[in-house]
Ligand binder design. Sequence first.
Ligand code: COA
Length: 269
Amino acid sequence: MSIFKSDILQGKVAIITGGGSGINLGIAKALVDHGASVALISRTQSKLDAAAEQLSPDGSQAKGFAADVRDVDALKGAIEKSVEAFGGLDILVNGAAGNFLAPAAALSPNGFKSVMDIDTLGTFNASRLCFEHLQKRGGGVILNVSATQAFMPTPMQVHPGAAKAAVDKITEDLALEWGPFNIRVVGIAPGGVEGTEGMKRLMPPGMDEKMRAALPLGRFTTTEEIGQVALFLVSPAAGYITGTTLVVDGASAMPLSGVFWTAMRQWGG
Ligand code: COA
């Protein structure tokens, strides 16, 4: 289901880091279904090839270029190949992220650094390297994928929480500095998304049903729903939205929402 015309992004080119799976693949699908061409960048070429094939069987609208966002030279190479393959760049989605559950007292400094490097530095690196390409087209959009951990203290998530809070700050500052170049910089902060690597990694075993029951809407979101919101944010319909991160979490990150909701349900039978 889409409220947008299927050609709203016709002729637009997007780079999507972390685009081989999960939320970012959902965003890629929404963009391709509305006319855009997408270059997917992440570490594993075979995974990217499979995702590109799924999005665009004839390869005309999707291609994969392997690079780790922590490796600036490799990332620069993949961005240049993407721009060459599709003839320019209009949209960058910074989706590459790393995560695992770890109590702060047991988290190694290198574990913390790895997630900061992927999420925060990766977002800056790709944005910085894409700036000149967006500028050449007279402007564009950068969409940063954040997470509710950025503003909601979350147990065993100090590393992604700190990394995504910094990503949200990058969204604000780049919007300010790059607005005059007609580049909008926006963010999306999903709550739990069904069927993703993040959900697999972050859901304590056997807790799915209990967690869903504690959510205000009684369910997590989907890659399709996040894809539709991302599509809106990168589309001309959101032309005056910049420097802000849209929370798409079904009110799950409102302070103590889960605790109150569980209590109300028990009280109401
Ligand atoms: N618990 C605690 N520490 C962990 C960990 C875990 N589950 N997984 C990795 N680490 C630590 C490692 O021990 C290492 O620290 P050390 O050198 O002090 O031992 C550090 O993190 C780096 O680990 P490594 O496996 O070498 O990093 P990597 O660069 O190959 O992988 C990660 C990056 C750590 C983010 C990895 O989890 C990953 O690749 N994830 C895939 C993407 C992903 O997480 N997607 C979900 C997004 S929501």
